[in-house]
Design a protein around this ligand. Structure first.
Ligand SMILES: NC(=O)c1ccc[n+]([C@@H]2O[C@H](COP(=O)([O-])OP(=O)(O)OC[C@H]3O[C@@H](n4cnc5c(N)ncnc54)[C@H](OP(=O)(O)O)[C@@H]3O)[C@@H](O)[C@H]2O)c1
Length: 285
């Protein structure tokens, strides 16, 4: 059975395409996914490739959609929201934002129609997806602002579940924390895989073989960690026999404070979210 609501994407770049592909594979029909994009030619091509409906402008998109997904870059989002705020039929529609680092307060300000004194009471839900959404293995943080109703949160969750796991945050700051964990997280693992690949080549394998060895090791470790009742720490201990080979590698990590390095890296990512929010606030004035 098809989903009972329609979703309009404002912007049809990488993340929107990943979500649309996932939605098409779940129970959203062609007429329930609508999008607009800066470049219309790109939109027409994507609409036929991914099988969704292309709208010709924001007003048409709003009329056809129950939920609106803000899928443009954070820097252009305030201008897009100012345009959306002028469309009276958009008021009260749930706005699911993908824009990294863009706080609800800035979105509400941008949505405030010209001459209006009180802040707009839009039901906004913020999300923080990640790139494994492209293969249906995403992790997405969600935060519902005060104007969002439960039914709108359920709709947002249904959309994001089409590309992976969803974690709700009670506070907006939770989205910054999720950014430092799963948003930036794939890059941490890619970085580790990058250096393991380089060393595997030094140890005599071709680059192709090295990438295969490293990615399959990462995939196997992630699957085992997901399926096992053991914590990652227990799984690691189980393959670290005293006096063995793995112990030597782990000792090298601990002697170089890998734990501390990872903790500071994640803190730096979270701190950058807060700085980004201030920069976006200054830019949107
Ligand atoms: N990619 C990720 O890993 C990731 C992770 C978490 C969150 N996000 C968030 O997801 C959002 C989208 O990121 P992305 O990676 O998908 O970016 P992207 O590939 O650059 O896509 C942005 C899209 O917006 C379109 N666009 C720009 N201005 C527009 C306008 N005024 N009206 C309609 N469409 C417009 C662009 O069209 P043209 O190409 O024709 O210019 C482009 O297709 C961002 O806010 C980002 O912070 C992304």
């Amino acid at each position: 059975m098809d989903a009972d609501f329609s979703v309009g994407f404002i912007g049809c770049g990488n993340m929107a395409q990943a979500i649309i592909a996932g939605m098409r594979q779940s129970d959203f029909g062609k007429d329930q996914i609508i999008a607009i994009n800066q470049t219309p030619e790109k939109l027409a091509e994507l609409a036929s490739q991914l099988c969704f409906t292309a709208a010709s402008n924001m007003t048409e998109l709003v009329e056809m959609s129950d939920v609106l997904v803000l899928a443009v870059k954070p820097q252009v989002a305030p201008a897009v929201l100012r345009e959306l705020g002028k469309i009276s039929t958009a008021r009260g529609k749930c706005l699911l934002s993908l824009a990294a680092g863009l706080p609800v307060s800035i979105m509400l300000e941008a949505l405030q129609a010209d001459g209006q004194t009180e802040q707009a009471d839009w039901p906004i839900i913020r999300s923080m997806p990640n790139t494994p959404s492209l293969v249906g293995e995403g992790v997405c943080g969600l935060y519902a602002s005060s104007y969002a109703e439960q039914s709108q949160s359920d709709q947002a969750e249904k959309i994001m579940r089409a590309v992976g796991h969803v974690q709700w945050c009670d506070e907006e700051s939770g989205i910054d924390a999720i950014t430092a964990i799963s948003g930036s997280g794939p890059a941490y693992f890619f970085y580790m895989m990058e250096f393991m690949t380089t060393k595997a080549v030094e140890l005599g394998f071709t680059e192709e073989q090295a990438i295969e060895l490293v990615t399959r090791t990462a995939l196997g470790a992630a699957r085992l960690a997901k399926q096992s009742d053991d914590t990652p720490a227990e799984l690691r201990r189980k393959i670290t026999s005293p006096g063995g080979t793995t112990e030597q590698a782990i000792l090298t990590f601990t002697n170089n404070d890998l734990h501390g390095i990872i903790a500071s890296a994640m803190q730096a990512s979270k701190d950058r979210c807060e700085t980004l929010a201030s920069e976006l606030a200054a830019q949107s004035k």
